[in-house]
Design a protein. Structure first.
Length: 385
């Protein structure tokens, strides 16, 4: 039964305001600009994300545009842009990345008003440079980009595009395709989760606080995120306007191998574990994705026996949510609905979360037990638990 009071909501909002106040404003970020994955076959990966997730063709760069060492396909759905990049020969650092990690996220690009200032502010605070600011130009204007390293081989690229009107950025042309399955209702990137080694969570949480001015939104310890067999710890870091949220996970000691340890083993190091994408109608989104072959984690039917008591009244039909495996949780400001795909790679590494927020700003703490038991069931089937 929902016992949230006006006082609870007021206190919660006040707490969030204090958290966002702690986030320094020397690095204003407008949102996620794009996410670049290094993949073994970009053409085939693009077909998968179009078919299964409803992304649309946007831009292309490759041999036909003058690139000799790689090819990139850019996909879009509302505010989400995915860049899928494949090397064209083995003598390429991208090939080394794929050999070690498999298909995975290399770049989390951040949209800023001033890429030079973003680079200068972060590097003077200790960020390792990925590349210095560069101006890229074509007939549609200029884009300025600069990059820094973060956990593992993941990088952030600051993108300034206020003087650019092209389809994506210089070097890319519009990607014309007759095959564009309908969208699935995905709107924007809600958060992106990084998995780091044991002892690395505080280091990288400090990095985002010290180097990028982020604040710690919430911390989960091994009592919050644990089952009979496994556990992990997490700190959620957020920027000043709350548009960028990066949970940082590390494994905790348990009787068996946790999902974070499995990820680190198969990705062969720290990296981005999952992308949470928002929708305004999760029932529609998940129904569409299931029809297109996306596989989701199985949630035990018994999970739904106590949902009504735990989260109170919701607008959605609980029987429909149960049939689709969508979980529900409530915080002091509202509720959320969420579901997790199985890994979208052959290695048990990258997966997606689909989330719909109905006021809630939290991350589904009430669902952790059922979620982690579902993940453990998958690990057991893979023989990696």
């Amino acid at each position: 039964m929902d016992t949230t009071t006006l006082k609870d909501v007021t206190n919660y909002n006040y707490g969030l305001e204090k958290i966002f106040e702690k986030a320094e404003d020397f690095l204003p970020i407008n949102g996620t600009d794009y996410i670049e994955l290094y993949v073994g076959n970009a053409k085939q990966a693009a077909h998968f994300y179009k078919t299964a997730f409803g992304f649309q063709s946007l831009a292309y760069a490759g041999l036909e545009t003058g690139l000799r060492d790689r090819v990139s396909y850019v996909l879009v759905q509302d505010k989400i842009r995915l860049v899928l990049t494949t090397p064209l020969n083995s003598n390429n650092p991208i090939s080394d990345h794929i050999k070690k990690h498999g298909d995975g996220i290399k770049v989390i690009a951040l949209w800023v008003d001033d890429a030079v200032k973003a680079y200068e502010e972060t590097t003077k605070r200790g960020a390792k440079s990925y590349f210095e600011p560069v101006v890229e130009s074509d007939e549609y204007g200029d884009i300025i980009r600069a990059g820094i390293h973060t956990y593992g081989e993941t990088v952030h690229i600051f993108v300034e595009r206020k003087n650019y009107n092209g389809v994506f950025m210089p070097g890319f042309v519009k990607w014309e395709s007759e095959y564009n399955p309908g969208w699935t209702g995905l709107k924007y990137v809600d958060h992106m989760v990084g998995n780091v080694e044991l002892g690395g969570m505080n280091k990288w949480a400090d990095f985002y606080a010290r180097v990028m001015g982020f604040a710690n939104l919430i911390t989960f310890d091994d009592k919050d995120i644990s089952t009979q067999y496994t556990a992990l710890m997490s700190k959620v870091m957020t920027n000043g306007n709350g548009r960028i949220k990066f949970p940082i996970n590390e494994p905790a000691h348990g009787l068996k191998k946790s999902q974070v340890e499995e990820y680190l083993d198969f990705y062969e190091g720290p990296g981005c574990q999952h992308i949470a994408v928002a929708t305004d109608d999760i029932v529609f989104t998940v129904s569409e994705m299931r029809k297109r072959g996306v596989e989701f984690l199985h949630v035990p039917g018994t999970y739904y026996d106590t949902v009504a008591d735990r989260v109170g009244e919701i607008a959605e039909d609980l029987n429909i949510l149960k049939s689709l495996g969508i979980m529900v949780d409530r915080d002091e400001e509202g509720y959320l609905l969420q579901i997790f795909t199985k890994p979208v790679e052959d290695r048990p590494t990258l997966f997606f979360e689909i989330i719909q927020r109905k006021g809630a700003r939290s991350f589904g703490k009430g669902n952790f037990q059922a979620l982690f038991e579902s993940i453990e069931a998958e690990q057991a089937r893979r023989g990696t638990l």
